[in-house]
Design a protein around this ligand. Structure first.
Ligand code: SF4
Length: 348
């Protein structure tokens, strides 16, 4: 893959703190560190100058961060596209007002993406928590004109609930929904993380689940055909839908098109490999990390960074030891963890 002069997108994990404890969390174990607002602003400025298009503000839970709206405002005023990824539990009147203000001032702001695994609070809470509160908050946001999109992690627990989510929040179907409802839905598979591996047996999708998903996909395709403003992504791996159009399958962007900045200023290639460190923004600029040897070494390996990170709880800092012997060791450890899982994990 050709090297870009800047990542297309960066994830800014502004804190490693959250009030939920989702069974598949990608961000745990939490360090309880919040990024200083000034540091976040410097990263945003560097990203804009490098030509990055998009920033995802994430966490932990970003709405717990005191400087969140300063960071959002600054990123949008730099012309960046900004996603705000939230668990939806920390919404209050003041924050809704701030989001309304952003929606009025910045056309590029697509709003807040809230995670919801089911419209049945019991099902939602079997993997996430506080489902009733989250749904109340989604309605409050919609009532006040804040654009909302929904993110759902598809597991064995909620695989038959996905259509209900769209049927509840897509206003042309549900007349009770608050207009204009939600027009953007992202259904992703639970990925192998330190946390999800602990709960693998109850989360993993079965063969029957994939059959159910095929029907769900047909239903979503029909809805989207009738309304080209509706956006639904339902998994994307060719592995999941062998008959899927090749173009629907997304190649891994880690390190090629995206970077993730952790709240402690260490840099990783994606949310699934937060513990494989390829840079440190307390010592390097974003540009130096992007052009640096550690990222080159990781990309030269025949294994994805998420596999290197699989099951790791402690960071492994490649910038301190960017040589093939150490990377090979990291790879060997990951492969051992993989075979311990009896090859039940598909990788990302
Ligand atoms: S997945 Fe997100 S909402 Fe859930 S515990 Fe992790 S950081 Fe919090």
């Amino acid at each position: 893959m050709e090297l870009l002069r800047a990542p297309l997108s960066i994830g800014l994990a502004i804190n490693s703190i959250c009030d939920l404890d989702c069974k598949y969390c990608y961000a745990q174990p939490f360090t309880l560190i919040s990024m200083m607002t000034e540091n976040a602003l410097t990263i945003v400025q560097d990203a804009a100058e490098m030509g990055v298009f998009k920033i995802a503000i994430e966490g932990g839970e970003p709405l717990i961060h005191k400087g969140l709206f300063i960071i959002l405002d600054y990123a949008l005023s730099q012309g960046l596209e900004v996603d705000l990824l939230s668990n939806g539990t920390q919404i209050d009147d003041e924050k809704i007002k701030r989001m309304q203000d952003l929606a009025t001032r910045f056309e590029k702001w697509t709003g807040i993406q809230i995670s919801l695994d089911s419209t049945d609070p019991m099902v939602n809470d079997s993997t996430r928590g506080k489902g009733k509160l989250v749904m109340d908050n989604i309605n409050k946001l919609l009532e006040r004109g804040v654009p909302v999109s929904l993110g759902t992690v598809v597991t064995h627990k909620n695989v038959v609930e996905l259509e209900d989510i769209v049927n509840t929040y897509y206003a042309p179907i549900n007349r009770q929904a608050i207009w204009p409802g939600v027009r953007s839905y992202h259904f992703i598979k639970a990925m192998p993380t330190w946390k999800s591996l602990k709960n693998y047996e109850e989360l993993a999708l079965t063969k029957d689940d994939f059959l159910a998903l095929k029907k769900t996909r047909e239903y979503f395709d029909k809805l989207m055909k009738a309304d080209n403003t509706l956006e639904i992504t339902l998994l994307s791996d060719k592995d999941d839908f062998p008959d899927a159009d090749e173009s629907a399958s997304m190649p891994c962007a880690a390190g090629y098109k995206q970077l993730i900045i952790r709240s402690d200023m260490l840099v990783a290639t994606c949310d699934l490999s937060l513990n494989v460190i390829i840079g440190d923004l307390t010592k390097q600029t974003l540009k130096e990390v992007w052009d640096g040897i550690a990222l080159r070494e990781v990309k030269a390996m025949d294994v994805l960074p998420c596999v290197l990170a699989l099951g790791r709880t402690e960071p492994y800092n490649i910038t301190e030891t960017p040589n093939k012997r150490n990377l090979s060791m990291l790879r060997r450890e990951a492969v051992e963890r993989l075979s311990a899982m009896n090859n039940r994990i598909k990788g990302c």
